[in-house]
Every structure is written in C-alpha cells, then in structure tokens.
Write a protein that binds this ligand. Structure first.
Ligand SMILES: Cc1cc2nc3c(=O)[nH]c(=O)nc-3n(C[C@H](O)[C@H](O)[C@H](O)COP(=O)(O)O)c2cc1C
Length: 198
C-alpha cells in the first residue's frame, strides 16, 4: 500500500477514480502521510458511502474514462472485490474505510454541504497501466469536463454570470484540445450541449 501512495506528492491534487458499492466517479485526492483526502459535493457516491463506508481509489491514465464517468456516459468495466470492497480490475490503487465530516461550503457556485472524506488504506490493488504518454489534449479535455460539471451546478443555482464564464472557458479548452490533435466525440458532445442551453 505504501507503493501506491509513494507516487503521490503530498499536498498535490491527483485525479483518481472513487469506487463505491455500485458507483464509480472521478475525484481529486490529496495525500497526507499515509492517508488520502477528498471532497464530495453531494452525488451518488456520497450517498453510497453513508450506507457503506468502504471504497477504493484507483489511478488511470485514460482521460476519456474519467470524463465518461463524470458525465455518466456508460462504460464497460470489470470489477473484482473482497468482501466489503470492490475495485476495477487492473487499475492500481488502494482500498480502505472512509470517514468524513460535513461542512457548509460556499463558493462562486453557491452554497453546498461538502463531505470532507479521509480514506485510510487497508490494502493495495495491483494494476498495470498501458504505456500511454501524457498528452496536452487530454489535459484540456479534463478541464472541459470539470467546468461542464460545474456549469450544471451554476445553472441549477441561477448563477448566470458564473455560467457564462464557464461556457467561455469550455470553448477555449475545446479549441486547445483540437489544436493538440484531440478528436474525441466526448469533446464534441460537451460543446454541442452548450448550444442546447446546458
Ligand atoms: C476530473 C474530475 C474531477 C472531479 N472531482 C470531483 C470531486 O473531487 N468531488 C466531487 O464531488 N465531484 C467531482 N467531480 C464531479 C463528479 O464527477 C460529478 O459531479 C459526478 O457526476 C457526481 O458523482 P456521482 O456519480 O457520485 O453522482 C469531478 C469531475 C471531473 C471531470
């Protein structure tokens, strides 16, 4: 379990997959010592953790997978598990019990309750990632997806100014994505839903 955590610089945010009882969603995690911290702003995973506080955090270098999971686009994944825990086959990570405290949170998107979670690793998940190099196109797609999920929240909360800013940034990241050779339908889909009022 040290193995996986040692690859994470303390204090730096990494995008990983949170696997709960029946859900998988991307979350940003930060390592502090031998533990991993992440924040959940509502959603299905938060509800599942309340009923069953056992989860896995796993790395992937497949940005399209991260984006699909964030946007709830169906994906095919193979799972394994041991009793309380479940994880995606062949993706490196850790599993452990999750504890949290809830705090009120306010930012430009409005008010929310944030679940500040800590995962204490109990076991390691062995995996091997395909030898896929970093691509700057992937980075822009990731930013598009993050802003797109935030745009949904801004619109629900009637924050039209913030929504406009997020739309502009999504369009900028889309053009950079294309410039670096990105051609995923996911990016087209995100852009198209901006015109549909999303
Ligand atoms: C790269 C990336 C990172 C994300 N990180 C978080 C996070 O740390 N916490 C969070 O609540 N939502 C995060 N999201 C948004 C969730 O994936 C999204 O809101 C999801 O639909 C809610 O998860 P659910 O499946 O548990 O309902 C992230 C999205 C992306 C694209």
């Amino acid at each position: 379990m040290r193995g996986f955590l040692e690859f994470l610089n303390e204090g730096q945010v990494y995008e990983v997959l949170l696997v709960t009882r029946s859900n998988v969603t991307p979350v940003g995690v930060v390592r502090g010592g031998n533990r991993l911290f992440f924040k959940l702003f509502g959603g299905k995973s938060a509800g599942e953790l309340r009923d069953h506080p056992y989860a896995s955090l796993q790395a992937t270098n497949d940005v399209e997978l991260i984006v699909k999971l964030a946007l709830n686009v169906p994906v095919k994944l193979e799972f394994e598990g041991n009793g309380r825990y479940r994880w995606i086959r062949a993706l490196p990570g850790v599993y452990g019990r999750v504890t949290w405290r809830e705090e009120p949170h306010e930012d430009e998107l409005g008010k929310a309750t944030v679940m500040k979670c800590t995962l204490e690793p109990e076991g390691t998940i062995d995996g091997n990632l395909p030898p896929r190099p970093l691509s700057r196109a992937d980075w822009h797609l990731l930013e598009m997806a993050v802003d797109f999920t935030r745009l949904g929240v801004a619109l629900r909360n009637g924050k039209t100014g913030v929504a406009r800013k997020l739309r502009e940034r999504i369009v900028t990241n889309y053009s950079l994505y294309r410039r670096f050779g990105g051609s995923s339908e996911l990016a087209e889909g995100i852009l198209a839903s901006l015109d549909e009022g999303g």
